[in-house]
Design a binder for this molecule. Structure first.
Ligand SMILES: [Cu+2]
Length: 297
C-alpha cells in the first residue's frame, strides 16, 4: 500500500505547491471536542500513524489528528468496498496499475474522510461516520496505514454537529459557499453527492483574488513556477479541510477562519480525462466574515 499512497502524496504536493509547508496554520479551537463523541486520536510521526485505540463504536466518531511529522498532511479513514475485505483492498493497493497519478484503489475504497492539511505541530479535528468493519488510517506521506476495527451493534443515539455551512461536492463543483460564511471557530458539514471521491482543500488568498488568477495557477503544468505577477505559492495559506471522502459520505471538519477571501479546491483526478477536478470546475472563491473581502470578480 505504500507505493500508491506515496504517489498520492506526490500528486498533492505538486498541486498544492510548497505553501502547505510554509504557512503555519493556527490550531483550530474546535467545538467538536465537547460534544461527547467517541474519539480516535491519530498522532502522525515521520514513521507512523499512531492510534489512541484499536477499536471504536460504529456511528459518529471524533477524529483528532496531531501532526508531529515534519510535513503538512491530513489523515483519513479508508475501508474496503462493499463485498470486499481489507486484504482485498490491500492487494488492490499493492498492485501497480497504469494510471494517471491518482491510485485506482482510491476510487473503489470507502473513504470516510478526515481532516486535511494539518500543519507540522498542529492539531485538527473532524467528525466522521463509520460503519462496522475494518478500516485503515492513511495520510499523504509514506507512513504505512494503521488498522482500526469499528465494532458492530446499534450506535448510541448521536446528534450530528451543528454546522455553519453545508458544502455539497458534485462532479465537479462545490455548492453551499455562495452565502455568508462567518469568521471564527466553526464546523462545516461536507457531503459528497458526486460519483467520484472528492477532497476539500481550503486556503486563504489575497482579498482581491479573482477566479481568473486562481485558474491561471490551477492550469499551470506540473512543477511549473508561477510567473511574476501571478499568484504565488505564498499567496495560498492552507486552513484545513477534508483530506478525501468517497461518494455518499459526510464529514464535519472543525475550522477556524479569519475574515477574508478563500478558495476551495479539489485535486482528485478525473479518470475520464486525467485532469484534476479543479481544472474541471471544482474550484470556488468565497468570502468569510462579510465585508472583509472585495466582491467576486
Ligand atoms: Cu473532486
Amino acid at each position: 500500500m505504500r507505493k500508491p499512497l506515496a504517489l498520492f502524496a506526490a500528486l498533492l504536493l505538486i498541486l498544492t505547491g510548497s505553501a502547505a509547508a510554509l504557512a503555519q496554520q493556527a490550531t483550530p479551537v474546535s467545538t467538536l471536542a465537547s460534544l461527547g463523541y467517541p474519539e480516535l486520536r491519530v498522532t502522525m510521526t515521520d514513521q507512523a500513524y499512531e492510534l489512541s485505540t484499536q477499536q471504536v463504536p460504529a456511528g459518529l466518531v471524533l477524529m483528532t489528528v496531531v501532526n508531529n511529522s515534519k510535513d503538512a498532511t491530513g489523515a483519513a479513514l479508508l475501508g474496503p468496498p462493499p463485498g470486499s475485505t481489507m486484504q482485498d483492498l490491500m492487494n488492490m493497493a499493492a498492485t501497480p496499475e497504469p494510471g494517471n497519478g491518482f491510485p485506482a484503489f482510491l476510487y473503489k475504497a470507502v473513504i470516510a474522510g478526515g481532516p486535511g492539511d494539518v500543519a507540522p505541530g498542529g492539531t485538527a479535528q473532524a467528525v466522521v461516520n463509520l460503519t462496522a468493519g475494518d478500516w485503515a488510517v492513511f495520510g499523504e506521506g509514506n507512513q504505512p496505514p494503521s488498522m482500526l476495527t469499528v465494532a458492530g451493534g446499534t450506535p448510541t443515539a448521536q446528534t450530528e454537529p451543528t454546522a455553519s455551512a453545508t458544502v455539497t461536492e458534485l462532479d465537479f463543483s462545490f455548492l453551499g459557499l455562495e452565502g455568508a460564511i462567518p469568521a471564527g471557530p466553526q464546523v462545516w458539514k461536507v457531503v459528497n453527492n458526486g460519483k467520484q471521491p472528492h477532497m476539500l482543500v481550503l486556503g486563504k488568498v489575497p482579498d482581491a483574488t479573482t477566479m481568473d488568477q486562481i485558474m491561471q495557477v490551477v492550469n499551470l503544468p506540473e512543477n511549473a513556477t508561477p510567473a511574476p505577477g501571478m499568484l504565488q505559492n505564498s499567496d495560498f495559506q492552507p486552513v484545513g479541510g477534508v483530506l478525501l471522502q468517497s461518494t455518499g459520505t459526510t464529514v464535519w471538519p472543525a475550522l477556524d477562519l479569519a475574515p477574508g477571501r478563500y478558495v476551495a479546491l479539489c485535486f482528485v483526478t478525473d479518470p475520464a480525462t486525467g485532469k484534476p477536478h479543479a481544472m474541471e470546475g471544482m474550484v470556488t472563491l468565497f468570502n468569510v466574515g462579510g465585508g472583509a473581502a472585495t466582491p467576486a470578480a
